[in-house]
Design a protein around this ligand. Structure first.
Ligand code: S3P
Ligand code: PEP
Length: 429
C-alpha cells in the first residue's frame, strides 16, 4: 500500500482556494434533480462522495452536463420524483461510503415509481440507517434490509408517502432528519416531523433548510425539535447556484496557519457561510490562534496554543482536526460529546486514540470523548488511516507542528479532497 512521509515543515503561509463543500454539493445535486427547471451549480466538489451521487443520478435517468475542470455542472431537473427499475428487476445503486448520498437517496427513492437496491462499500454496511428507515416506514415507505437489520443494503419499492405526523430519532446522525426533510414536500399531505432524543450535528440541518429554501421550499420549525412542511410545495431551480468552499476541508489549513506561523487564508468560507464547520475557527481562536473573519474568507496566524475542554458535537468533522492540533498545545485537550464518531468512516474514537498514542501522546478514550495530553517530544510513527480521509488529513498536521510523520494510504482523501497533499505542499516552506 502506498504511503507518504512528511518531513517537518519549517513554516506555513499562503492562500488556499477551497474545493466545494461536500455537504452542499450533494444536497444541491439531489434537489436540482428533483426540481423543475435547469440548474447550474458552480464550484461543485469533484471527489468520490460526489461521483457516487452523480453516478446514481445518471442511472436514475437524470441528465446533466458536467465539466469537472471548470467545477461546473448543468442538471436538468425532472420536476418529479426519480423513477427507474421495477420490482422484478430493481436498479442497484452503489454509493461507496457516502453518507450524504446513501441517506438522502434512501428517502428520495421511496416516493414515485420503481424499485431499487442501495448498497455501498463494506463500511457503509456497518453504518446505521435504522432511524431513517423506521421514520420512512411509518409514512408508508416499503423498505427491506437485505443483510443486517438496521444497516444497508436496502431494497426499496417506491410508492406514496402519506404525510401527517412522524417522529425521528436524531441521536446518531443528523443525516436522517436531513433526508426526511428533503422528501417532505413530496408527501401527499402536510408533514410534521418531531425529533426524539438530543439531535446531533445540528448545524447540518441549517444547511438542509437553507438549500431547500434556495430551491423554493419553506419549512416552519421550532428550533431543532419540530419541523412542519406544507404539501404541494415544489422544488424550483434557482437557476445558478454557487457551492461555497468546504469548511471541514478548511480546518486543516486554518490549523496549519495556527501551528506553522501563517498567515494562511482560506478562500470560500467565512462569516456568511452556511456550514457549521466554520465555527472551527472560533475553537482555534479559543486555543490561542489569531483568527480574522471576512464574509467569504478566514485568515489564521500562529499564537501560543493552549488545550481546551469543549463539547464539539456541533462540528464533528472539524473536531478531528482539533485532536491533532492539541498535540502542540500546552496542557490537555478534551473533545466531548462525539459518540457518533464511532459510526462514521471508521470508529473514529478508537482509531484516533490508537494513532495519537502511536506518536507518543497520552490519550484517554471515553465512550463519547477523547482526552489528549501532549508530551514534550513526539515520535515518528506510521499512521494507519482506516480508509478515513480525515485521519489522513488531520495527521498531516504533525509535520506542520515539526514532527516527521508517515501516513499510510494517503489516497483515501479522495472521499472529499483528492488533491489535499498537493494543496498542503503549496503553502509549506
Ligand atoms: O449532513 C451532512 O452533510 C453531514 C452531516 C454530519 O454527519 P452526522 O449528522 O451523521 O453527524 C457530518 O459528519 C457529515 O460529514 C456530513
Ligand atoms: C462523516 C463523514 O462523511 P459522511 O458524509 O459519509 O457521513 C465525513 O466526511 O467526515
Amino acid at each position: 500500500m502506498k504511503q507518504i512521509t512528511l518531513d517537518p515543515i519549517a513554516s506555513v503561509s499562503g492562500e488556499i482556494y477551497l474545493p466545494g463543500s461536500k455537504s452542499i454539493s450533494n444536497r444541491a445535486l439531489l434537489l436540482a434533480a428533483l426540481a423543475e427547471g435547469e440548474t447550474t451549480l458552480t464550484n461543485l466538489l469533484d471527489s468520490d462522495d460526489i461521483r457516487h451521487m452523480l453516478d446514481a443520478l445518471e442511472r436514475l435517468g437524470v441528465e446533466y452536463q458536467w465539466r469537472p475542470e471548470q467545477r461546473e455542472i448543468q442538471v436538468k431537473g425532472q420536476g418529479k420524483p426519480l423513477a427507474q427499475g421495477s420490482p422484478a428487476k430493481p436498479l442497484e445503486l452503489y454509493l461507496g461510503n457516502a453518507g450524504t448520498a446513501m441517506r438522502p437517496l434512501a428517502a428520495a427513492l421511496t416516493v414515485g415509481d420503481g424499485a431499487f437496491v442501495l448498497t455501498g462499500e463494506p463500511r457503509m454496511k456497518e453504518r446505521p440507517i435504522g432511524h431513517l428507515v423506521e421514520a420512512l416506514s411509518a409514512l408508508g415507505a416499503q423498505i427491506r434490509y437485505l443483510e443486517e437489520e438496521g444497516f444497508p443494503p436496502l431494497a426499496i419499492t417506491a410508492g406514496a408517502l402519506k404525510g401527517g405526523e412522524v417522529s425521528i430519532d436524531g441521536s446518531i446522525s443528523s443525516q436522517f432528519l436531513t433526508a426526511l426533510l428533503m422528501i417532505a414536500p413530496l408527501c401527499k399531505n402536510d408533514l410534521t416531523i418531531s425529533v426524539r432524543g438530543e439531535l446531533v450535528s445540528k448545524p447540518y440541518i441549517d444547511i438542509t433548510l437553507a438549500l431547500m429554501a434556495r430551491f423554493g421550499v419553506r419549512v416552519d420549525n421550532q428550533g431543532y425539535e419540530s419541523f412542519r412542511i406544507q404539501s404541494g410545495q415544489r422544488y424550483i431551480s434557482p437557476g445558478r447556484f454557487m457551492v461555497e468552499g468546504d469548511a471541514s476541508s478548511a480546518s486543516y489549513f486554518l490549523a496549519a496557519g495556527a501551528l506553522g506561523g501563517g498567515p494562511v487564508t482560506v478562500h470560500g468560507v467565512g462569516r456568511l457561510s452556511l456550514q457549521g464547520d466554520k465555527y472551527f475557527a472560533d475553537v482555534l481562536a479559543d486555543m490561542g490562534a489569531e483568527i480574522q473573519w471576512f464574509d467569504d474568507k478566514i485568515v489564521a496566524k500562529g499564537g501560543k496554543l493552549v488545550g481546551i475542554d469543549m463539547d464539539l458535537n456541533h462540528i464533528p468533522d472539524a473536531a478531528m482536526t482539533i485532536a491533532t492540533t492539541a498535540l502542540f498545545a500546552e496542557g490537555p485537550t478534551t473533545i466531548r460529546n462525539v459518540y457518533n464518531w464511532r459510526v462514521k468512516e471508521t470508529d473514529r474514537l478508537a482509531a484516533m486514540a490508537k494513532e495519537l498514542s502511536k506518536v507518543g501522546a497520552q490519550v484517554e478514550e471515553g465512550n463519547d470523548y477523547l482526552k489528549i495530553t501532549p508530551v514534550p517530544s513526539l515520535r515518528h510513527a506510521q499512521i494507519d488511516t482506516y480508509n478515513d480521509h480525515r485521519i489522513a488529513m488531520c495527521f498531516s498536521l504533525l509535520a506542520v507542528g515539526g514532527q516527521k510523520v508517515t501516513i499510510r494510504d494517503p489516497d483515501c482523501t479522495r472521499k472529499t479532497f483528492p488533491d489535499y497533499f498537493e494543496k498542503l505542499k503549496s503553502i509549506s516552506h
